[in-house]
Design a protein. Structure first.
Length: 281
């Protein structure tokens, strides 16, 4: 049987996965406010079992583990071996024994049926090759009455951190084509009605989607911001493979562009997301 998510597995287990690990601290600084907003909605309870899809380097996994307590359980799932290895090391350092990790594709992994009180994700559900099949599979793992909560990117044009960076970088780098609407990629679910339809077709009920937008810092200075965002998003791999002279041009152009967003609190740009909740009947 053809692996519909083969390209994603190769991508996240290659150079991109290693880049992500190297930028872990900066990524968390950028995404924490968004993930925390979704965690507040999830409100994990003591003794609950929670599935963290696309858990990355375990930032949200560790926070959920603290909420569910020693008698609860958090299962972090990711398709990237280097990223998940980083997650395991972080959990080990924190001496957390109520966490386990699975190197797997959430779309088709055979989770134990009806075993989790909740499913959560911070930007980890937009890359499924078959979104309906994926959310259906996650529903099977959820107990009756269990809940789904995740945060994903909304309209790409409202996400300055991505739009501004890629527009600048495209002048010097050959970037991969933007994913088509509703196709696997960061903005797979920017269309609210499509997102709602996917979840309903997957069998979830009481679907609610709310816009959550904020201005977040992407760095304390324009230089720091340029060095960071040049290695994020679709430009990350092309940038890493570029000649040094091209890299310098990208960085200098990003610095110039980011100067328009510099505040007393660093370089602040728009972030636009959906916070999504649903329930299994």
């Amino acid at each position: 049987m053809e692996d519909i998510n083969k390209d994603q597995k190769e991508f996240w287990n290659g150079q991109k996965g290693n880049i992500w690990v190297s930028l872990e601290q900066k990524i968390d600084e950028m995404l924490d406010p968004l993930g925390d907003a979704a965690l507040k909605v999830l409100a994990p309870k003591t003794n609950e079992r929670v599935l963290d899809i696309g858990c990355g380097t375990a930032t949200t996994t560790l926070k959920i583990a603290k909420s569910v307590g020693d008698n609860g359980l958090v299962t972090g799932v990711d398709i990237s071996k280097p990223i998940l290895e980083c997650a395991r090391q972080k959990a080990k350092k924190k001496l957390k024994h109520n966490i386990d990790f699975i190197l797997a594709d959430g779309q088709n992994h055979k989770f134990e049926f009806d075993s989790y009180d909740a499913v959560f994700s911070r930007f980890g559900v937009m890359f499924f090759g078959d979104a309906i099949a994926a959310f259906s599979n996650l529903k099977k793992a959820t107990k009756a009455g269990g809940r789904l909560t995740f945060v994903c990117w909304a309209d790409r044009l409202e996400n300055e951190w991505m739009e501004v960076s890629t527009k600048v970088a495209s002048q010097f780098l050959e970037l991969p084509p933007k994913s088509a609407p509703k196709e696997p990629g960061p903005f797979a679910f920017e269309d609210l009605e499509y997102l709602k339809k996917v979840l309903v077709k997957a069998g979830w009920s009481k679907v609610e989607i709310k816009k959550y937008s904020t201005r977040n810092s992407v760095g304390r200075t324009v230089k720091e911001s340029a060095n960071f965002l040049s290695r994020m998003g679709p430009m990350s791999v092309p940038f890493e493979g570029a000649e040094e002279a091209i890299k310098r041009k990208v960085i200098l152009s990003l610095e110039k562009s980011f100067s328009n967003y510099l505040t007393d609190d660093g370089v602040k740009m728009n972030f636009s997301t959906w916070i999504v909740t649903a329930q299994k009947d």
